[in-house]
Design a protein around this ligand. Structure first.
Ligand SMILES: [Zn+2]
Ligand SMILES: [Zn+2]
Length: 512
């Protein structure tokens, strides 16, 4: 008796009434009769159906999770062997069988558009019309297809897609491509999956294929109140508020809702007992936000103000012994190493000169708009933190670099932001950290070592230089647009001997 003739058990109990396992397996292997592998396919499908019956799993509820359970089951099914299950080809045959059942309609598919191929086709045209290069198009199309496959396997309907679903897709342990007739799908990292899926989903929404129904995000009342307080009393921007509020949301359940019950020990524990995978910088962020959250409660009389001091300070892990600034010669070396021989370098040079000459924050440069430059008066409007904007004189070389970028390089698109990506679809840079990334790339390329990375280095360098030239803290604070003298004092700490020399009283007369 060959394996494929092992009689199947009677129809599994809870399956749809007109499903016949025997017919299903026969129909599945029928087209493969010519190939010798059909026996193996039949055997795998029968084993699977047998196991489903034992587990009382209805055919109509099969999904990727059930398949994984089957692949891992401790097999003692009569006449089947546990060793077979460890063969990846074996499980792939079962996957093929499940797909076959889906196509035949035995398993209801919630997420499939009848015309998914058409949507994918229109998406491909849409990407091509935006001017993406061949490789980007291929990657985005493949991820869109992957997302559709995964939704189908996870039995999630397009109408149920939310940010959480996209995140699950980004992080799923992928076996979607296996067991498909038309080969695999290209594998990509988490970030690309997330971006690709969001893009395709946004496209479907914009074209009206999927109704926009995203449930309104309702924050807990305390988070809502904290967000409002940050806005009103701290002048925080929307972006900062989002960051702070989502950080609080992460540990609020652990901390508990009633601030009057907060204990110094639990606050310490919250900061100290972070997962090992979190970076030092993220833990510092937790400490900063926790202090701010306690300040918010203290301001409203809901907890003791001194509790903030229970939050431990987290020392920076790396670079803590390295200077946070570079000397003038190094700054000039970075600028000249940038060059101006390719479009990207022309853009990057403008960015680096703005950072170096004006001590701008990466975020200031990132958000800068074309209309922020007043060419007639040589002024640059900087929005800065906390919705304050001021005008700074635009130094000659930085102005020239920006003018060269605008004249020769910047894509001509309807976009307000000054600095754009230089390949299609010419979107603004994604975040302020991209500015720091640009700087880091140039440092590596030019082989410049011994200077701190990150765009803030230029601010520290400028502050240090001004202080060395004899400027007082207030003057430096004005250049750096600090609201509080305490912040400027932090910069001054970069050079203690120099600080001792100037020893300016604060607040005092301007030294320059
Ligand atoms: Zn088994
Ligand atoms: Zn996958």
């Amino acid at each position: 008796m060959t394996e494929d003739t092992i009689p199947l058990p009677a129809q599994p109990r809870a399956t749809t009434s007109d499903f016949s396992p025997e017919d299903a397996v026969n129909a599945f292997i029928e087209p493969m009769r010519a190939a010798t592998t059909y026996v193996a396919y039949g055997c795998a499908a029968r084993h699977f159906l047998y196991w489903l019956k034992l587990q009382c799993i209805p055919i109509s509820t099969l999904d990727a999770a059930v398949l994984r359970r089957f692949a891992g089951h401790d097999c003692s099914c009569p006449r089947y062997s546990a060793a077979q299950l460890r063969d990846p080809y074996y499980i792939n045959r079962v996957r093929r069988f499940v797909r076959f059942l889906e196509d035949r309609g035995d398993i209801p598919i919630v997420s499939d558009f009848a015309d998914l191929d058409q949507h994918l086709g229109r998406y491909a045209d849409h990407l091509a019309s935006l001017g993406y290069n061949r490789w980007s198009q291929r990657g985005l199309n493949s991820t869109a297809q992957h997302f559709a496959l995964w939704l189908r396997a996870s039995r999630i309907g397009w109408h149920d897609v939310t940010a959480t679903v996209i995140e699950r897709f980004a992080r799923h342990d992928c076996d979607c491509g296996e067991g498909r007739k038309q080969g695999g799908i290209s594998q990509t990292g988490i970030e690309r999956r997330r971006r690709g899926a969001s893009r395709f989903f946004a496209f479907l929404r914009e074209s009206g294929c999927v109704a926009a129904h995203e449930p309104a995000q309702t924050r807990e009342p305390v988070l809502e109140a904290y967000g409002n307080w940050l806005h009103q009393h701290r002048g925080a921007t929307e972006k900062s508020i989002d960051r702070y509020v989502s950080e609080v949301a992460r540990w609020l359940p652990e901390l508990g809702p009633d601030p009057s019950g907060y204990q110094a020990s639990s606050l310490r524990a919250l900061v100290m007992n972070q997962p090992a995978s979190r970076s030092r910088a993220s833990i510092r962020m937790t400490a900063t936000v926790l202090r701010s959250f306690l300040r918010f409660h203290a301001a409203n009389g809901r907890c003791r103000p001194e509790l903030q001091h229970a939050v431990p300070s987290v020392a920076p892990y790396r670079l803590s012994t390295l200077p946070r600034y570079a000397d003038q010669a190094a700054i000039e070396q970075i600028i000249s190493a940038c060059g101006a021989d390719t479009p990207t370098r022309i853009r990057d040079r403008a960015i680096i000169l703005l950072l170096a000459r004006l001590g701008l924050r990466a975020g200031d440069v990132w958000l800068m708009r074309i209309t922020d430059i007043d060419w007639q008066h040589g002024l640059l409007r900087v929005h800065g933190k906390g919705r304050r904007s001021i005008h700074l004189p635009l130094p000659q070389d930085a102005g020239d670099a920006v003018a060269a970028y605008l004249a020769d390089v910047r894509p001509i698109v309807a976009e307000e932001r000054l600095f754009l990506r230089l390949c299609a679809p010419f979107t603004p840079l994604a975040s302020s950290s991209e500015i720091s990334g640009i700087l880091a790339r140039h440092l590596v390329r030019a082989g410049i070592t011994g200077v701190p990375s990150g765009a803030h280095m230029f601010r520290h360098s400028l502050a240090t230089r001004l202080l060395r030239q004899g400027a007082g803290l207030e003057a430096v604070g004005a250049v750096l647009r600090h609201r509080s003298p305490d912040t400027t004092a932090i910069y001054a700490k970069v050079d203690i001997p120099m600080l001792q020399k100037i020893a300016q009283p604060w607040p005092g007369d301007l030294a320059c």
